[in-house]
Design a protein around this ligand. Sequence first.
Ligand code: 26W
Length: 866
Amino acid sequence: MTTTTTKTRRTAKATAKKTVTKKSTAAKTTKKTVEAIKTISNATFVDPNERFDISTEELKDSIVKHLHVTQGTDQNKANEKAWFNATAAAVNEIIFERVTKTQKTHFNKDTRAVHYLSLEFLMGRLLKNNMCNIGLMETAAAALTELGQDFHAVAEEEPDLALGNGGLGRLAACFIDSLATLQYPAIGYGIHYEHGLFNQTFQDGRQFERPDSWREYGNPWEICRPESVQEIPVYGYVETKYTDEGKVQKEWHPGRIIKGVPWDIPVVGYGATTVNVLRLWESRASDFFNWDVFNAGGYLDSQVENVQAETISKVLYPNDETDQGKELRLIQQYFFCACSIKDIVRRYKRAHGEDWSQFVEQVVVQLNDTHPVVAIPELMRILIDRAGMEWDQAWDICQGVFAYTNHTLLPEALEKWSVRLFEKVLPRHLEIIYEINSRFLNGICDQFFPGDDAIKSKLSIIQEGNEKMVRMGNLAVIGSFKVNGVAQVHSALVKSDLFPEFNEIWQDKFTNVTNGVTPRRWLKSCNPRLSNLISEYADKDWPVNQDKIRAIESLADNAKFQKRYMDIKHENKVDLAEVIKDLTGVEVDPTALFDIQIKRLHEYKRQQLNLIHIMALYRRLLQNPDYPMPKRVFIFGAKAAPGYYLAKEIIYAINKVADRINNDSRIKDKLKVVFLPNYRVSLAEKMIPAADVSEQISTAGKEASGTGNMKLALNGAITVGTLDGANIEIAEEAGEDNVVIFGLTVDEVKKAKADGYNPWDYYYGNEELKAVLDWFDTDYFTPGKPGELAAVKRSLLDDGDAYLCLADYESYSEAHKKVDVLFNDKKTWARMAIMNTARMAKFNSDRSIQDYVDNIWKLEAFSVVE
Ligand code: 26W
């Protein structure tokens, strides 16, 4: 297969330059945003569609070849799974080659690189994304069609790479896509879970979990790297020895050695010039086989080691925002951090030997929340115990290498490990943590808060008390040179509420980097109809210069363009209506307003507020079937952590209410409620292009940023949201008349709580609200089982309504009345939708990455040789 020639690249540039006449001047947007976005595209853009001039014929031959040589079958016998693997293998011929070229370039140029340590990477499917980034989407579709296959059916064969829970994991996936697209040297490090996030099914409206087996039949996108296996110590004890010059020397005698086997998944940048890797560690028992036990006839016992070792990377913990403090979770965190740090040091030593003076120059490690923070004492251990470095030099290196991102303010999500457990699993690291802590408390902390034990005990890494705990958040702040939140309001709260004293000590350590999403997956690949329309009016490089989409803003009131834009929305809704029918059996009308709330199920995200409003609408229709509202379909997608009781009760309540409403002929299909099971990345890609309304209704101050809000707005959904997380910045960019804001602000929430918020006041103060809440006590939605849904009511009244749903109910209801009016005014709605698509450039993860590069990582982009 031939690769790109300079000629084609020249023509590509020429066409890109030829401005499309219909293009209009970019509308006003925040000066800073424009600058930030402009600088992004310093990477020489090559339109992927012109990069690899691979003809349909050539791709067909390659796919058929792989059916034979990779899948051991042929066109007549192959099933869709085989066609999928053969197509992936054909694409991998290009991808794997670029991996090698990228690594060679980075090695030869001895580049500084960022290492993104995350316990989660929510990648979704890779076929379409890789095809899109290589520019072979159309070619592949044509090739498979000519081979008698349906591209979409083949793509449906791919299981999601669901190695994450929600926002944090998906953000990591968007970030590594942007790092490769912007041609920055970067490696994602994580765990090669055998089982990702559970599959969700509903039985009688209740969530049931089924194991995810994404690698059941292998995975075409990964390469095993036995040459880079690592051996990781755990458990055991520490011996203190003294060298002849009386220097203390620590020897850790581990109780067990775990083998870390790396699997590399190529991360194809848009344009496929740079292809970085995501390195995921699988745990195995080290080859150490206890023969004595075996010879003594205890075969099974000798296997115990293995079983335990393998369990480390067996399964992803499905908890989102709630720390469980399980021993295996701590071992998972240490295992992948230790493998990654050793891998980073090995790569550094290859270029620099034992000279550590360039380490801080060459290496930056981003800690994705507190989950990988044990990497800090691990690097200290390597530098002191292995490299024999003095404490201060080792600490300087650490403080020069680590940066930490906080993704949540929820107290229950801030990780704390018992000192007892730490002692058992990581005795040497606990010693190092104690040393870090005492040097901090007696050093800079005492300078700022001399003799102030109260503050010292608050800032201490060790939480005193009968069960002493290790506060991973404090360790992260003390051990990092930069700490950032993920949206302006969140980063301000990180400084003012979460770490105020640390902020006082280190004025310029705290910063903000507002989240972003990759427009390659979340527009170009998942919404081809809208992408093609945009490409008619904007430069074709908009996938890497998203501000170019502003070109459609001047057409926001143009009737012809409005029609084309809304026809596309309608076609996407027709597609989703089919998916809804398949998954739930419910018929929905694609001309209805599609109101979507898709995210993990959590009380602070307030799916329960959405539910009580739906019940109020239902009640209004029962009272007056001609109640003036456009036909509405409320669509939910959400997994609850298996141990999260109330979250599961809310799912059950939504499903029960949906059943009743969807089968109540009295309301003449004016209202439908559907809960799509097993919400995941690939389902989000089908739902988001079809959304009219994006529900972003968290209690102000609770949603750190949100990223679904960005994806939905980019695809033309109107945000109904609180002034929380990135909703605030979305409203700024889109313009407040293109979003619908409601509810208490962050400060008003704080005040309501401080003034002793009492939900009963709202219950007795609003007849409709009272009626709806009382409905939960009856068996109306659960015939014969009165009070079956009472848990939701109890959480909103008896248990104090911790997330102020009732306080925001009226404002939320008014917001939806406003939506009804706006949606009925087709011109206005179309303009609002177009404006949202046109003005979301700030929320491109390329902009986020550029902010990280400019403010934290200080990286240089390298175009990879051909
Ligand atoms: C210890 C268990 C646990 C597991 C995951 C605690 C906390 C988490 C994550 C931090 C939760 C998470 O995904 N947070 C989300 O991160 C997104 C990316 O920054 C934000 O957009 C969301 O607002 C935030 O909830």
